[in-house]
Design a binder for this molecule. Structure first.
Ligand SMILES: Nc1ncnc2c1ncn2[C@@H]1O[C@H](COP(=O)(O)OP(=O)(O)OP(=O)(O)O)[C@@H](O)[C@H]1O
Ligand SMILES: [Mg+2]
Length: 262
């Protein structure tokens, strides 16, 4: 818990403690995350930015309980994910976390509607009327005419919108979005950002990876990752002030600070 400005205390929903993650190519260890620490509080809207290959998706997969750290602790909603068995992990993932993958991960032989319904087969929240909700979400992302289409019959942007609808079907407390607007035009991107802001206003905690500077600065807080480490963790307003002063883009700003810190 931490005390906020209003004097109340806020719950830590994601706690990342000295996390390292390596991949192994044969016997060779390839370190990707190199000691990452941060906390996300209930109701936060956080953007994660950083160059390609810096470890953002690797980190997101750990937060989404899709993979385990090599060392260090990740706690989601107070539960150390290393202490959970596969059932416990699946439960946490299904009930509490909505995940939007960078590559959509839709099931090719299922329709848009069936893809949105997929997470509900494993985890059910009793108060949700799932068929009604799935249709509402598909309508919200502008796909009411495409519910019966399969992923191969949808464009990249439409597939991404199905993935967004699917991530929201279980009304997750935490939404993890890996480049949710990477395949969308700017109008649809701002609409998606609009849904996220609405969700956040209603209490959801959102962590979003993005290369889009305009979207990043609409969040509360920006965590910049470089080569598997956190380079800065600032209020979005402060981040904007820095880049305005320096008359730089987010990526130029990060590159400049990378050079300075060496
Ligand atoms: N399963 C894997 N096995 C081996 N190396 C991997 C694996 N997954 C990712 N990597 C490597 O880890 C590094 C970080 O990858 P990651 O996908 O986390 O980057 P990213 O910051 O999300 O990049 P992008 O912005 O391009 O999506 C890359 O160098 C990548 O090649
Ligand atoms: Mg990635």
């Amino acid at each position: 818990m931490e005390n906020n400005k209003a004097g109340g205390s806020r719950k830590v929903v994601v706690d990342v403690n000295n996390v390292f993650k390596s991949y192994y190519l044969g016997r060779e260890e390839v370190p990707i995350l190199k000691g990452v620490n941060f906390q996300v509080f209930e109701g936060d809207f956080v953007a994660i930015v950083g160059p390609s290959g810096s470890g953002k998706s690797t980190l997101m997969n750990l937060l989404g309980c899709l993979d385990r750290p090599t060392s260090g602790i990740i706690a989601v909603n107070g539960q150390d994910v290393n202490q959970l068995d596969d059932n416990g992990l699946a439960n946490l993932r299904g009930m509490e976390i909505g995940f939007i993958f960078q590559q959509f991960n839709l099931v090719p032989r299922l329709s848009a509607y069936e893809n949105v319904m997929l997470p509900t087969y494993a985890s059910k929240k009793r108060h949700i009327d799932y068929p009604k909700k799935a249709k509402e979400l598909l309508k919200m992302v502008g796909l009411e005419e495409r519910m019966r289409h399969k992923p191969t019959e949808l464009s990249g942007g439409q597939s991404q919108r199905v993935a967004i609808a699917r991530s929201l079907i279980n009304e997750p407390a935490i939404l993890l979005a890996d480049e949710p607007t990477g395949n969308l035009d700017s109008k649809t991107s701002s609409e998606v950002m609009g849904y996220f802001r609405e969700l956040n206003k209603n209490g959801a905690t959102i962590i979003m990876i993005t290369h889009n500077q305009e979207l990043a600065v609409q969040t509360d807080r920006i965590i910049a990752i470089h080569d598997g480490q956190i380079k800065s963790d600032t209020q979005a307003t402060e981040f904007v002030r820095h880049i305005k002063e320096e008359q730089m883009t987010v990526m130029e700003h990060l590159a400049a600070h990378e050079t300075c810190s060496k």
